[in-house]
Design a protein around this ligand. Structure first.
Ligand code: GDP
Length: 200
């Protein structure tokens, strides 16, 4: 898929303020520092389209980018940042739950996971939560340039072994590096396929 145009459509505090034009949306979420901003920038071929607005300490917001006038990439605030207060964590959960359960245009959620790490409870819990919300999602293992192929595959295997406790069918996954642009085509292909399935 060619990325022909990219336009920032706004930063919103609640799903109720998000665009209501019904265009399909593809949302990105993961632990803080997982490489979400870098991945989105890599996908759209812009150096710093996604700025640091969702960094810890800043107001948490949902950022919309319109691609090819056809669909949205949605940058959601991340989770798992240690120095966030309990009140902020609860507010985040409420905002995210409301978003995931109230967006009919939600075509796919991409949960990002750092391929260098053994399975983290906070990631597994979030994958299971996506299942409970019954939203379509895929996993994206990031920063693959930082590990050998063998170690990367082992960590993916470990993650799936954990998921097997609750999942019969394992989610689709891609492996990426924003640094080396690895996996860009395969990733964009998952978007193209989903759009085709939606007749877009
Ligand atoms: P976010 O908090 O999830 O948006 O993460 P960022 O995109 O800001 O990335 C966090 C850190 O990881 C930054 O220092 C990035 O340069 C680095 N990073 C992100 N993606 C990659 C990658 O694919 N490879 C490498 N080596 N570093 C990465």
């Amino acid at each position: 898929m060619n990325i022909k145009s990219v336009a920032f459509r706004g930063s919103f505090k609640s799903y109720t303020q998000c665009p209501a034009d019904g265009k399909p949306e593809f949302a990105f979420i993961g632990r803080s520092n997982v490489g979400k901003s870098s991945l989105i920038n890599m996908l759209v071929n812009r150096k710093d389209m996604v700025r640091v607005s969702n960094k810890p300490g800043k107001t948490q917001s949902i950022n919309y980018f319109l691609i090819n006038d056809l669909f949205y990439l949605v940058d959601l605030p991340g989770y798992g940042y240690a120095r966030v207060s309990k009140t902020e964590r609860i507010a985040w959960k409420k905002m995210i739950a409301a978003y995931f359960t109230n967006r009919p245009g939600l075509a796919c959620v991409y949960q990002l996971i750092d391929i260098r790490l053994e399975p983290q409870a906070v990631d597994i819990d979030f994958t299971n939560q996506l299942g409970e919300w019954q939203v379509p999602f895929q996993l994206v293992f990031t920063k693959c340039d930082k590990v050998s192929k063998g170690d990367g595959l082992l960590n993916i295997q470990r993650y799936f072994n954990k998921l097997r406790a609750t999942w019969d069918v394992l989610p689709h996954h891609t492996v990426t590096s924003a640094e080396k642009t690895t996996g860009r085509e395969a990733f964009l292909d998952t978007i193209r396929q989903t759009l085709e399935e939606l007749n877009c």
